[in-house]
Design a protein around this ligand. Sequence first.
Ligand SMILES: Nc1nc2c(ncn2[C@@H]2O[C@H](COP(=O)(O)OP(=O)(O)O)[C@@H](O)[C@H]2O)c(=O)[nH]1
Ligand SMILES: Nc1ncnc2c1ncn2[C@@H]1O[C@H](COP(=O)(O)OP(=O)(O)O)[C@@H](O)[C@H]1O
Length: 209
Amino acid sequence: MRPEDTPGNLFVVAAPSGAGKSSLVKALLELDSRLAVSVSHTTRKARGQEQHGREYWFIDEAEFRGMIDRGDFFEWAQVHGNLYGTSRSAIEARLERGEDVVLEIDWQGALQIKKIFPHAVLIFILPPSWTELEQRLRRRGEDDAATIEVRMANAREEVAQARHFDFVIINSLFETALFDLKTVVHSQRLKYAAQLRNRSQVFAALDLS
Ligand SMILES: Nc1nc2c(ncn2[C@@H]2O[C@H](COP(=O)(O)OP(=O)(O)O)[C@@H](O)[C@H]2O)c(=O)[nH]1
Ligand SMILES: Nc1ncnc2c1ncn2[C@@H]1O[C@H](COP(=O)(O)OP(=O)(O)O)[C@@H](O)[C@H]1O
């Protein structure tokens, strides 16, 4: 099966660091049992509460380069000085089984994914302002001042990429942004179902069977 023929829906969520993408995706997953998140590989060091295999597969650069050489990644990119990648094993089997998958990756990865999976739905999350973005990074309390500075500088370039995405959601009030995200997911499922000719497939896709 070619990647673009896989029956599952693929959602890609990108945002500048601190915009609230992980919080939104986590809340979405709690509400939507048909959605699974793909766990990426990274060379970044784990933060306090993060667990190997839950937030990320934390590996060193030699291991990461080995995976690149073996063609294990659908996409990978350097972001804020670290390497991040989506492995084939993280999403291929799920999509082939017809399950919906969400990727939380940066804009470079999102555009690579769109080339491989043209049906992927790209969603960009924006913060309400630069000031609020910086405050969220500080309030999160996970990064030192230098790291926050790099992320704020990179945010300018990242936000400029929003125009390549299918949807843009402003995460001002959390519940409103979550509702917007749910609507995009629901709408994509309905669109996919409407394209199916077989009645039972339509019902299954709508979860009405
Ligand atoms: N291209 C790509 N980017 C990723 C992947 N996983 C995470 N990222 C992105 O890397 C950036 C930094 O992520 P992270 O270190 O978790 O910091 P955070 O966004 O501040 O929580 C974010 O833009 C993520 O979306 C991946 O597999 N591929
Ligand atoms: N709508 C919101 N209003 C206020 N704070 C938020 C909102 N959404 C997320 N946050 C907070 O902002 C910080 C960054 O969110 P996070 O999900 O880690 O961002 P990202 O994954 O985009 O880097 C966290 O402390 C989170 O609780």
